[in-house]
Design a binder for this molecule. Structure first.
Ligand SMILES: Nc1nc2c(c(=O)[nH]1)N[C@H]1C(S)=C(S)[C@@H](COP(=O)(O)O)O[C@H]1N2
Ligand SMILES: [Mo]
Length: 252
């Protein structure tokens, strides 16, 4: 039995909890930096999740519960020459750039990421287009990598820049620091016990288990730490957020 809180359940919870949102101005100020990019409904669900959900973990499953088929979605092969060159020799020359509002920008090879503490989790992936699947993911916590570069005090969001594009615009996504340092937020390099296939985002794809599928950026090339999302794409924090009406805070 899969427990899957629906968006409607979530919004109902949000409505019931609304009086609790009349917080002290000091508490609400802590959230103000988000209000420029979230519409009212998305803002409410974000605040309720942060208040009542805290750092709760997404449900995890046993390997016996894994879906026999885990389909791919969105782009399955970046078209850029540089990506194809990396892929051709097993990503041996690929490096993950981590820069922006950090004390020491770094670039990490796959071997360096493999050598870091790893986490494995069997979780339910929910795509907004109406399908879901349970898969196993292994990788290093994003929080671990961010600690290695040390965030500057005014860092607020983590942006993922990807190798693939839609009509020439590279895919990108972003999360706040709460999701970035969540224990189940990992840079995954293995899926279902095997190296991450290209279709699923090799060499590295995000798993951000409390968010909908489109937040889980595949083919991540660069992680940028920013103070504001205003200068990222059209300012709403992600490719689908900027080009369609997808919510930036896709909490489930
Ligand atoms: N770079 C990149 N990341 C992406 C996408 C994409 O097209 N490009 N699609 C998103 C969507 S909508 C979903 S549901 C998942 C699909 O992941 P999968 O192909 O491993 O099933 O990746 C997400 N991450
Ligand atoms: Mo999706």
């Amino acid at each position: 039995m899969i427990y899957r809180p629906s968006r409607r359940t979530f919004l109902r919870t949000a409505a019931l909890a609304a009086p609790a949102l009349a917080l002290t101005s000091r508490q609400s100020q802590a959230f103000d930096f988000q209000s420029d990019i979230l519409d009212q409904g998305n803002w409410l669900s974000y605040r309720v999740q942060r208040l009542v959900g805290g750092s709760a973990l997404a449900p995890e499953f046993t390997t016996a519960e894994m879906s026999p088929v885990f389909r791919t979605n969105g782009n399955t092969l970046p078209g850029s020459a540089i990506y194809q060159t990396y892929a051709a020799n097993g990503f041996a020359d690929w490096k993950l750039v981590v820069d922006g509002m950090v004390e020491r920008a770094r670039a990490f090879s796959l071997q360096e990421l493999f050598a870091m503490p790893a986490r494995s989790q069997v979780t339910l992936h929910n795509c907004v287009e109406g399908w879901s699947a349970i898969g196993q993911w292994k990788g290093v916590a994003l929080g671990h990598v961010l600690q290695l570069v040390t965030l500057r005090p005014d860092a607020r969001y983590i942006v993922f820049h990807c190798a693939d594009d839609f009509g020439g615009t590279p895919y990108y996504e972003s999360v706040d620091l709460n999701d970035a340092f969540h224990p189940q937020t990992i840079l995954a390099y293995e899926m279902n016990g095997a190296p991450l296939p290209i279709g699923h985002g090799a060499p590295i794809r995000m798993r951000i288990e409390r968010q909908l599928g489109y937040k889980h950026a595949k083919f991540v090339m660069r992680i940028e730490v920013v103070r504001s999302l205003a200068a990222v794409g059209a300012g709403k924090g992600g490719f689908w957020e900027d080009t369609t009406n997808y919510d930036w805070y896709a909490g489930i």
